[in-house]
Design a protein around this ligand. Structure first.
Ligand code: ADP
Length: 623
């Protein structure tokens, strides 16, 4: 066997193998595209087999047989054009004129003299080459808008068409120039072999080739999908959908999640095609979910007439839907909506299923991360509760111990000396300790009920400076306290503001165990009255600054120190100040001291003729 014969035989074997493979797939999944592909290669296989039979039998084919084969040959490029039309859409007028051309060529095959004169042969070759090159160009242009395996396969289909046209051209040249026949036959055989291989890659690519084509895109998606924002489920699914649209080169990709409560597939964002569906149980996505297999439909409107209008609205003609499932956990469905059905639907099914699996992994990850965060939050809440209970018990125990000791002493003395008058100092101690306990209990009640009832009661117009001075005067600390400032009018709940000033004062004393002056300063700017409370105490580290205004939170450094506290004072102060339309902030240097700043809306005197109320919402909680 010569090299030329070997190449010719191999290319023929390639065509027959493809014919068998595509016919099996057309029988298994009869779709327009698979049927047209099967017809194209079946024609090729029949022509090849007839030629071989004639060769082996050593007899020329009778004229009717040759005419039939010629008719089949001219039908081949027309079938390829039909395939291009299924997938890309060829203009109607062009389809009609190529059909007319095909009829003319087929008619000519019936009447042409056999064996074919060179002029006829060249005419047939010209027809075939023109038709093949046109469909090649269409496939190639269409491949540009695809990605991954589909793109490569379509490029191979286009390349195969171009090589087939060249092989025909070369064999036509061989017929036209009989003296160079063997040269053209050789070139034609080599080109047919290349065509067979290229068509194989396009129509029946081996799985290792598919995987190699798919790998870069998949790797990119996997890498990107681990980077997507995942603050909320909506953020996560939206980011994945966006990436999938570009990766699948599809019009729209949607992730719908199964909602146990409603028993339906719901879009996390509450919008999109999944939400618009009229009958959710007939939808393609639901079919994929209930069957737990990937589903492809070439014409969504026909496959699911109840939702045809919605599919039309979303420009969805072909749909691929794959279940998002991991183990026993069924999350929902990933749906890719496209225009015309893809030429290689099986590839799309595979890719969408792989993506759905990856989405399932990401959702599982999201779930686990959230579960873990909730678990950590629960642990933290438990710890805070324990800290709080021991702090509350400790805070109540101190005055209670003093109270018990004092009252027992007074009781013993009264029994011993019934006539002796009660000593004022002893009674004062009892009263003070009772007040202290009352303050603690009030604080606890405040924290429990203030959230519902609000922190602003009766509003009065007062001078903040006077109010601060009064609180300082009524508190004995044994510390040097400076208070300077200007009178500035504010409208507020006086008792609540006393509570704020008292708490800042208590903290300033409590958290400067080594002593040091405490400074109060009241100033004003255009819009606010401002109170600064500064101490030279232990200070607060920068990472603790954000937490100290939260409920039950204490800086870790004081949690195990002798200072007691419930971690409620600053929380209540912030709520009170904010409910007055103000803000509270702190600046602090660890080991040096802290300055708390309270800003409250001031009453502007100029506006007093009309309305003296501050513009911010006094007495209302901010949204
Ligand atoms: P408590 O004093 O009962 O712990 P607070 O809500 O009043 O609760 O204060 C919360 C935390 O803020 C305190 O535990 C302490 O860590 C920190 N803190 C408050 N005031 C000061 C201050 N003047 N100097 C240093 N740390 C302070």
């Amino acid at each position: 066997m010569t090299a030329e014969e070997l190449l010719r035989t191999l290319s023929q074997v390639a065509f027959v193998v493809i014919a068998v493979a595509v016919t099996v797939s057309a029988v298994r999944r009869p779709r327009v595209a698979t049927v047209h592909t099967a017809i194209f290669f079946a024609l090729a296989a029949l022509i090849i087999s007839a030629g071989r039979v004639a060769q082996w039998s050593g007899q020329e084919l009778p004229a009717p047989g040759t005419r039939t084969l010629l008719g089949m040959l001219v039908a081949m490029p027309y079938v390829l054009l039909l395939l291009a039309d299924d997938f890309i859409g060829v203009p109607r007028a062009l389809m009609a004129s190529t059909f007319a051309l095909f009829l003319v060529a087929a008619g000519l095959a019936l009447i042409a003299p056999i064996p074919l004169p060179a002029a006829y042969a060249l005419l047939f070759v010209a027809y075939m080459v023109a038709m093949l090159l046109y469909s090649t160009a269409r496939f190639f242009i269409a491949s540009r808008s695809l990605s991954g395996v589909s793109r490569r396969r379509l490029e191979a289909v286009a390349g195969g068409g171009a090589l087939l046209a060249m092989a025909l051209l070369f064999s036509g040249l061989g017929a036209a120039f009989p003296d160079q026949r063997s040269v053209w036959r050789g070139i034609s055989s080599a080109t047919s072999f290349a065509c067979g291989v290229t068509y194989m890659l396009g129509f029946v690519p081996p799985s290792f080739v598919r995987n190699a084509w798919r790998a870069p895109l998949m790797q990119r998606f996997f890498a990107e999908s681990t980077q997507v924002p995942r603050g909320t489920i909506l953020e996560l699914t939206t980011a994945l959908e966006e990436r999938m649209v570009s990766m699948l080169a599809t019009q729209h990709a949607a992730i719908a999640l199964w909602d146990e409560a409603t028993g339906r597939l719901e879009a996390p964002g509450g919008g999109g095609a999944a939400e618009a569906l009229k009958d959710r149980h007939s939808s393609i996505a639901y079919r994929a979910y209930s069957s737990q297999t990937a589903v492809f439909v070439g014409h969504a409107g026909r496959a699911d007439p109840a939702n045809a209008a919605v599919y039309q609205q979303f420009g969805a003609r072909s749909i691929v839907a794959a279940p998002i499932t991991i183990g026993e956990r069924r999350y929902g469905v990933l749906t890719a909506y496209g225009g015309r059905p893809p030429l290689f639907a099986d590839d799309e099914l595979e890719v969408v299923q792989i993506l759905a699996n990856q989405v399932a992994i990401l959702l599982r990850d999201f779930e686990l991360t959230n579960d873990f965060a909730a678990y950590r939050g629960h642990q933290e809440a438990m710890r805070l509760k324990e800290d709080f209970l021991s702090a509350a018990a400790h805070d109540l125990k101190t005055p209670l111990t003093a109270l018990t000791a004092q009252s027992q002493l007074m009781q013993r003395r009264a029994l011993r000396e019934p006539g002796r008058p009660i000593e004022t100092e002893e009674v004062e101690l009892v009263v003070n300790e009772t007040r202290r306990m009352r303050r603690i209990v009030d604080t606890l009640l405040d924290a429990a009920s203030g959230d519902q009832l609000g922190f602003v009661g009766q509003i009065e117009e007062v001078d903040l400076y006077a109010l601060v001075s009064e609180v300082i005067a009524s508190t004995s600390t044994g510390r040097t306290v400076h208070c300077e400032g200007v009178p500035v009018m504010v409208k507020l709940d006086v008792n609540r503001m006393r509570q704020v000033v008292g708490n800042l004062f208590d903290n300033a004393v409590k958290y400067s165990p080594n002593g040091g002056d405490i400074d109060f300063r009241v100033t004003a700017d255009e819009r606010s009255a401002i109170l600064h409370v500064s101490d030279h105490g232990i200070g607060i580290s920068p990472e603790d600054l954000p937490i100290i205004f939260e409920r039950f939170r204490r800086a870790p450094s004081v949690r195990y120190s002798p200072t007691t506290g419930l971690g409620l004072g600053l929380y209540l102060s912030r709520r009170i100040v904010e409910d007055h339309g103000g803000q509270i902030e702190v600046k602090s240097v660890l080991g040096r001291g802290s300055t708390f700043e309270v800003r409250l809306p001031r009453v502007r005197r100029l506006a007093a003729a009309g309305d003296g109320a501050p513009k911010s919402r006094v007495g209302q909680r901010p949204d």
